[in-house]
Design a protein around this ligand. Structure first.
Ligand code: HEM
Ligand SMILES: C[C@H]1O[C@@H](n2cnc3c(N)ncnc32)[C@H](O)[C@@H]1O
Ligand code: SF4
Length: 376
């Protein structure tokens, strides 16, 4: 069970950081410091995943942030606080300055993490991660071997990622598994979770397919609102019985489902009963999460291509505090449609990226929710 300790079962910094009076559930309006920032360090990647939100390809963009710009970005982020920094991509290990940047962030006091597909994690790379102070690495596994390889389009990549995990373990680097759920693999979730436990991951984060980048061409793989509900119920049950810290990403309605269950069972949601889930809410984009693209554009998340500004033109702090899109997203009172009328809007909020893809307006209702608000 991962509940009852008011924080991470492993006692690590990321989660402890979260429990420091940063209750995001039910809060509204106003600027808060960012808590997690993902930076797309490059668009280059060694895989060709069908769903890739970055449409990553072999080659990097010419215009990606340089080492000096990356360090300046971290300095500016430091002016806002000490969020967890996720070095993402593309494939961050394709950048040859990635450990220099990670070390710079570590020295500034950030909890530096790195998101990789795992294929390039040799013994030497794992050791470099450790030396750069990287505190957790996420490895993506999207199903059993056959499913994973077919989804990621490179035969043998599952086996290579497994070698990568072995190397992380040898070097003593903590890791979590990230799994993207779609119709392609939804039937394998239980297996993937059991497997994640067996290999000793610190957490299992479930991403739900968002139709952005190459993912936009995968509409036939998107699960329906009804299937979504079933998957989230399953995830809720899992969260009540597994030892592993789990987290749904891009599935904000999970937090509605959690509250519906609690109401039915007559229990109150507190950190004691529901751990971290009691402290957070569905969509955190622009509220406590932000995304910086490979060319320095700041977005609410990696799936919502609305620019809040570019760090080449304005400081990160200025953008975080003043951008229209961020201040809009912080104002739940202005959410539209079903989401606007929903009694759960401050704990769910709907996926603003799916709303944008569907309606061209990020304040509109989330299309993949089957719930009808009371009196709607
Ligand atoms: C423990 C606290 C954590 C929480 C609450 C959390 C939550 C989130 C949230 C809200 C998002 C954004 C999804 C969106 O764009 O709407 C996200 C994305 C992501 N998280 Fe986490 N996360 C945590 C830790 C981590 C760690 C430790 C890693 C990696 C080692 C990680 C890897 C990622 C990645 C790779 C993304 C996607 C960024 C991208 O678009 O590439 N997360 N997470
Ligand atoms: C960082 C995590 O984001 C996942 N990821 C990449 N593209 C998408 C998308 N369109 N929708 C949801 N998740 C995605 C990766 O598979 C990785 O696990
Ligand atoms: S999802 Fe990650 S591993 Fe797959 S192509 Fe995109 S950047 Fe590469």
């Amino acid at each position: 069970m991962n509940h009852g300790n008011g924080g991470c079962p492993h006692g690590h910094g990321a989660e402890t950081q979260m429990s420091q009076s940063r209750d995001e559930s039910g809060s509204e309006g106003g600027v808060r410091p960012p808590r997690i920032l993902a930076w797309e360090t490059t668009g280059a990647c060694n895989l060709k995943c069908k769903h890739c939100r970055g449409s990553s390809t072999e080659d990097a963009d010419q215009d990606e942030l340089t080492t000096a710009e990356a360090k300046k970005l971290l300095d500016e982020i430091r002016e806002t606080g000490t969020p967890i920094i996720i070095l993402s991509g593309g494939e961050p290990l394709m950048r040859d300055d990635i450990f220099e940047i990670a070390r710079y962030g570590t020295d500034l006091g950030f909890r530096m993490t790195l998101a990789t597909n795992g294929v390039l994690v040799t013994e030497e790379i794992a050791k470099k991660m450790k030396d750069a102070g990287i505190q957790r690495v996420s490895i993506s596994l999207d199903g059993r071997e056959k499913t994973h390889d077919a989804f990621r389009m490179i035969p043998g990549c599952f086996a290579d990622s497994m070698k990568g995990i072995e190397n992380l373990k040898k070097a003593g680097v903590e890791f979590q598994i990230n799994t993207t759920i779609s119709r392609f693999n939804v039937h394998e979730m239980e297996d993937v979770h059991n497997f994640t436990k067996e290999i000793g991951a610190a957490a299992h984060h479930f991403f739900f397919l968002v139709p952005t980048g190459r993912g936009a061409e995968l509409s036939e793989f998107e699960i329906t609102p009804e299937e979504y509900e079933v998957a989230l119920e399953w995830l809720y049950d899992l969260s009540r019985k597994t030892d592993l810290q789990i987290r749904p990403t891009c599935a904000p309605h999970y937090f509605r489902i959690m509250r519906q269950h609690a109401k039915k069972e007559g229990i109150e949601i507190t950190p004691k009963t529901h751990g971290l889930d009691a402290m957070t809410k569905g969509c955190l984009g622009g509220i406590s999460f932000g995304f910086i693209s490979r060319v320095g554009e700041v977005n609410p998340c990696g799936y919502l291509p609305v620019s809040a500004g570019n760090v080449r033109e304005q400081s990160f702090k200025e953008i975080w505090e003043n951008a229209k899109v961020f201040n809009d997203l912080r104002n739940y009172a202005e959410y539209k449609g079903k989401c606007g009328a929903c009694e759960y809007k401050s704990v769910c909020g709907g996926c603003r990226a799916r709303a944008y893809t569907e309606h061209g307006d990020y304040m509109e209702e989330e299309p993949l929710c089957s719930y009808y608000p009371e009196g709607y």
